[in-house]
Design a protein around this ligand. Structure first.
Ligand code: PEP
Ligand code: MG
Length: 851
């Protein structure tokens, strides 16, 4: 507000007039830039946000002051000028000032057809947009005639009981008032807020002298841009229509000219070569001086070119990356500016297929968008069916009430996953993101009829096993049928942008990767190591599940050890492969975390299978499964508690890690593995496990004769571990905050069940966001801060990071930078967006320091 004092409410745009986008809007400021570049812009007056606010309240500015620069009998247009052009605004109104007298004059100068068409267009827009009359009686006739004009004027009088206003000042005043009020309407407000506009965003208006585009001599109007809005490639695009105004050229079915030579029809390049050359020069000038790809609206009036407006080219996500990189490569903008211009969310989209946004969507249900990308496939209801479908090379969509570790192979086989239950950190969501598999969770309006092998949609429609559906994990939609998809766009521009980002970034980005395929993805996306390898997922592979079950059913330590001895070489192979792929980079391996019962079959047929496999009576299997069941397994015997109860498990894992270290170091750079202990809540746990792991390391060194180092650390995911971080850090070289469990335990909120009421909670602003999705800086963040400070007090060089699902999000990265964490770790497919977000935050800070 204070700022506006330096500016006049009504400003004639000249090269030196005092103007600002935050006072007059982006369009007005851009027009001033075009004028400064000596482009033929018709006379234009800008009204500030403050002036428009007053108009909306009924306080009209001095109309004579606005009209003065346009001379006698002007014809004018009014266009909106919001601060950010993407926030929209009311539609432009052209030909203000048309009345019976001007009409008679134009018949003489332009001919009857042109004059009638201009008058008709003005009455139509005035009636519909300003007087808000029903559009029906105001359709433009195919041929503009005197009779049709009279009929439209009569219709206006009939509808309003007033003759059509003849005074240009009155017409302009009403146009300004209606546009000012439209900006305050609820729909306009909601639409712009959805695009990020603040609640009090202002609207400026620009009043411009009309270049007519109709009449005798060469006249017409068109739009030109110099880049493809879908791909970002440099090419001229647009249309020109003789005897037209505004953007007519883009909407007519036929008659418009191409701009460049085109086999499909005549072009401006051939028919009006000088105009074409001028436009091309203006395009280059805009790109270089406005440092942006602009779309130019132009009019030719009696052979004379006028530039009416230039707006930033609307662009696809893919094009936004290409354009930013091309501008920097051509040295139009510096590389840090290119990095700042791309929204990190866009990158995640480019890594995956997407539903083509122009196609119609037949939505079955909407759930939580848990892993981006889209896939088409046939419905299956079990992991086995998913594998069978993959074996037939038929893409399928796995639909489950919720997934468990047992479904992992089915998930690998599926093209996408949908669950009825769950939230953003539930099993399906975490695995989906890790695999880059589109995933929608918490689609709670969907009913799975298991017996009937069908889905029942909220609108009653039924979808059977084998029916084709589309999962859009980016929006959370499940769609009927096979929607058209767009391919991912990992081109050179994408890689270049990220290389530049890395030059500015000041926090590490690692990936959460459980399998060699994940590790390869992490490497491809240039993650700086693995921040979390969840080893339990390795035990669901092949015949390992059977061995795990044998181990769980072992009665004695010796029996358990025998099974672990068989698992050891497999586990060693897993780690050796990871080390090999990540050679030279740190790999942080988390020892076994989940409760054992997750490895046991959940239903009767599974129990029967297990009884056969273990040669045990069914009753014994039932009894053991029963004995292992816990009321609250997520708070039960899992993580380090399991590690201390059955120490042979962690011993085996440590041995596998060390033997793989020796193996991998023989064929490449020395590997320094990191071993991380989950679900710690007391220092003594860390101390006890460390003593055993040190002993295993000693044995492997002695057996192999090879020296190696390892780093030992703790996953801080219980509130107590954060509070006691000072003691714990004495035994831990690093602390990695597991914000999934830490959020669950800080809120006392089940990460697998919160999906049921989360949207109601967020809608009612009980929580501003889903805390499993957006790091709760106020609460969980407080524990992170405390944990980091106390951890550093215990060990000044302790390495700090977060590895929960929040790790890839901008707000969490912002938080971690501010707390001087060393790195964040996130799903491999989120690594590019995390690299870009981290760079943008560093650049913003550096710019703020310069100010
Ligand atoms: C966590 O709790 O934040 C974490 C990364 O571990 P998991 O999701 O495997 O429980
Ligand atoms: Mg955890």
């Amino acid at each position: 507000m204070q700022q506006e004092k330096r500016f006049d409410p009504v400003t004639l745009i000249t090269p030196t007039a005092a103007m600002s986008p935050s006072v007059h809007g982006g369009r007005a400021k851009c027009l001033q830039r075009l004028i400064r570049l000596d482009m033929p812009v018709p006379t234009t007056v800008a009204l500030s946000f403050a002036a428009v606010r007053k108009i909306a309240r009924g306080q009209m500015p001095d109309m004579a002051g606005i009209l003065d620069p346009f001379g006698a009998n002007p014809l004018l247009s009014v266009r909106p000028s919001s601060q950010d052009p993407d926030w929209g605004g009311p539609s432009a109104i052209l030909n203000i000032g048309m009345n019976d007298t001007r009409y008679a004059q134009l018949i003489d100068s332009l001919g009857a057809d042109a004059a009638t068409s201009i008058y008709l267009r003005f009455i139509q827009s005035y009636a519909v947009q300003v007087a808000r009359l029903d559009p029906e009686p105001f359709h433009l006739p195919d041929t503009p005639t005197e009779e049709s004009l009279r009929a439209m004027l009569d219709a206006y009088e009939y509808e309003t009981d007033e003759v059509f206003p003849q005074d240009p000042a009155e017409q302009l005043g009403q146009v300004l008032r209606s546009m000012a009020r439209a900006w305050d309407g609820t729909t306009a407000r909601l639409l712009r807020q959805a695009k990020g506009a603040p609640a009090d965003a202002g609207l400026g208006l620009v009043v411009q002298s009309m270049a007519l585009g109709v009449g005798e001599g060469t006249s017409g109007a068109g739009v030109i841009q110099f880049v493809d809005d879908a791909t970002g490639e440099r090419r001229i695009k647009g249309r020109y229509l003789s005897q037209s105004q505004g953007r007519d050229a883009l909407t007519v079915a036929k008659g418009a000219l191409f701009l460049c030579k085109d086999g499909r029809g005549p072009s401006v390049e051939e028919e009006l070569p000088e105009v074409f050359e001028q436009l091309r020069n203006y395009g280059d000038l805009c790109r270089i001086r406005l440092r942006e790809e602009m779309q130019i609206e132009f009019t030719i009036e009696n052979g004379q070119l006028h530039i009416l407006d230039a707006v930033r080219v609307q662009r696809s996500n893919r094009a936004s990356v290409r354009i930013a990189v091309a501008l920097a490569e051509d040295q139009v903008i510096p590389t840090d500016e290119a990095v700042m211009r791309v929204d990190p969310a866009v990158l995640s989209e480019l890594l995956h297929r997407q539903v083509d946004s122009v196609s119609p969507r037949d939505r079955i249900v909407r759930g939580i968008a848990a892993s981006p990308g889209a896939a088409v496939g046939r419905i299956v209801f079990t992991a086995n069916e998913a594998q069978a479908s993959a074996a037939r090379s038929e893409p399928c969509i796995l639909v489950r009430r919720e997934t468990t570790p047992e479904d992992i192979r089915g998930m690998h086989a599926a093209a996408a996953v949908v669950t009825v239950r769950g939230g953003i950190t539930s099993h399906a969501a975490v695995i989906g993101r890790g695999l880059g598999l589109p995933c929608v969770v918490g689609a709670s309006d969907l009913v799975i009829d298991r017996k009937g092998k069908r889905l029942i949609a909220p609108d009653g429609r039924k979808f059977h096993e084998g029916d084709m559906i589309t999962v859009d994990g980016t929006s959370g939609d499940v769609l009927a049928g096979a929607a058209p998809l767009l391919e991912p766009a990992l081109d050179g521009a994408f890689q270049q942008l990220l290389q530049w980002a890395d030059q500015y970034r000041d926090i590490g980005v690692r990936a959460n990767a459980d399998t060699p395929a994940d590790a390869q993805t992490a490497r491809n996306f240039m993650a700086q190591g693995i921040g979390l390898c969840r080893t339990e997922h390795m035990f669901f592979e092949g015949d390992r599940l059977g061995m795990m079950r044998e181990m769980i059913f072992a009665d004695t330590v010796t029996e358990r050890q025998a099974v672990l001895d068989r698992l050891l070489p497999m586990q060693r192979g897993d780690f050796a492969e990871l080390f090999h792929i990540m050679q030279g980079q740190p790999v942080c391996i988390r020892l076994f975390d989940p409760p054992l019962h997750e490895f046991l079959p959940a239903d009767k047929s599974g129990h029967r299978e297990l009884a056969e496999q273990l040669s045990l009576p069914l009753s014994e299997v039932h009894a053991r499964v029963e004995a292992l069941s816990e009321y609250n397994p997520m708070l039960g015997m899992r993580g380090v508690r399991l590690g201390l109860t059955y120490p042979e498990i962690y011993d085996m894992q440590a041995r596998a890690i060390f033997e793989a270290t020796v193996e991998a170091s023989r064929s490449g750079d020395p590997v320094v593995p990191e071993i991380m202990i989950p679900l710690v809540s007391a220092m003594r746990e860390v101390e006890l496990v460390k003593a055993r792991i040190d002993a295993v390391a000693g044995h492997v060194r002695a057996e192999t004769g090879v020296q190696f180092n390892y780093r030992y650390g703790v996953m801080v995911e219980t509130p107590r571990a954060a509070l006691r971080a000072e003691d714990i850090a004495q035994y831990a070289a690093f602390l990695s905050f597991g914000t999934n469990d830490l959020t669950q335990m800080t809120y006392g909120l089940s990460r697998d069940d919160a999906g049921r009421f989360m949207s109601a909670y967020v809608n009612a602003h009980v929580y501003e966001e889903d805390p499993f999705h957006t790091l709760d800086v106020d609460g969980v963040g407080e524990l992170l801060k405390m944990g980091a400070e106390r951890g550093r007090a215990g060990r000044s060089d302790v390495v700090l990071s977060i590895c929960g699902e929040h790790g890839g999000s901008r707000s969490a990265i912002d938080f971690c930078r501010k707390q001087n964490f060393n790195y964040v770790s996130c799903s491999p497919f989120r690594v590019p967006a995390a690299r870009l977000s981290a760079a943008q935050l560093a650049i913003s800070d550096a710019r703020a320091e310069l100010r």
